[in-house]
Design a protein around this ligand. Structure first.
Ligand code: HXC
Length: 260
């Protein structure tokens, strides 16, 4: 598969996807969406690929938002009739059952912040900046910002950011639990790939199950979530990897995973 607006590399069991429109600060246009849908589908379908990292090319931006030039030509009816922005969640978030990490290397604004928040977690460079500045364009978040940011950082901070359009730097983002950690800019990719490699070394089915369980916390009541957690645990207990993992512990050796 050849991509026009992203690059995709496989590093052992880790897929590295890089947004590649640095001249437009990796703004997210329809081509980027099409390429990302294909890249995430390929990652999901490849049994040898067990974690993915998404980052931005260039030194300045992860993604500075949805492409304003593309959007400026559209009318309300175009957005509504195409259900514009829907595929980001329906095609990427929902269909990618395996884990992926956003490595945020600079501006993550508007759709860029929203894309980062679609990841299972975010690792940020100390140059990262997050924001939902859509209000300054006369609109509002359209790819989940008002929902995912609020769940991540709470109402006050999300509300202030959406209403003022101000940016949050990496340190504040870490304090607010938007990102898992901040690392020096030069080491961001190495750190993200190292974390991805650790995830890729885990039993693959358990990896999907853990992701599914944590995500369920956002979609269910505590009781429903606890039942779902127990049921998935019980299913995993029947897996070959559970037998192998527990034997390997007792025998003081590394587990050899089958993914079943
Ligand atoms: C299209 C963009 C872009 C974007 C930057 N560029 N952001 N193009 N869409 N979102 C382009 C610029 O036009 C410029 O192209 C080049 O990238 C470099 O940007 P500069 O502005 O010259 O860089 P700088 O002065 O360093 O400022 C960086 C910046 C600023 C603060 C990030 O670019 C900025 O404010 N960008 C817009 C951020 C934003 O509003 N994002 C939310 C978008 S709306 P040229 O060709 O001039 O060199 C959204 C969801 C909307 O995401 C939902 C609505 C329904």
């Amino acid at each position: 598969m050849t991509y026009q607006s992203i690059t995709v590399e496989q590093r052992d069991a880790v897929t590295l996807i890089t947004l590649n429109r640095p001249q437009a600060l990796n703004a997210l246009n329809s081509k980027v969406l099409e390429d990302l849908i294909a890249a995430f589908a390929a990652y999901q379908a490849d049994d040898g690929q067990l974690c993915a990292v998404l980052t931005g090319s260039g030194d300045k931006a992860f993604a500075a938002g949805a492409d304003i030039k593309e959007m400026s030509e559209k009318q309300a009816a175009d957005f509504y009739l195409d259900d514009f922005f829907a595929p980001w969640t329906s095609e990427i978030v929902k269909k990618t059952r395996k884990p992926w990490i956003a490595a945020v290397n600079g501006f993550a604004l508007g759709g860029g912040c929203e894309l980062a928040m679609m990841a299972d977690f975010i690792i940020a460079s100390d140059k990262a900046k997050f924001g939902q500045p859509e209000i300054k364009l006369g609109v509002a978040p359209g790819m989940g910002g008002s929902q995912r940011l609020t769940r991540a950082v709470g109402k006050s901070k999300a509300m202030e950011m959406c209403l003022t359009g101000r940016m949050m730097d990496a340190e504040e983002a870490e304090r607010a639990n938007l990102v898992v950690r901040v690392v020096p800019h030069e080491t961001l990719l190495d750190e993200a790939l190292k974390t991805a490699k650790t995830i890729a070394s885990m039993p693959p089915m358990a990896s999907i199950a853990n992701k599914e369980m944590v995500n369920a916390a956002f979609e269910s009541t505590l009781d429903q979530g606890l039942v779902m957690e127990r049921r998935i645990f019980q299913i995993l207990a029947a897996s070959e990897d559970k037998a192998e993992g527990m034997s390997a512990f007792v025998e003081k050796r590394e587990g050899q995973w089958k993914g079943r």
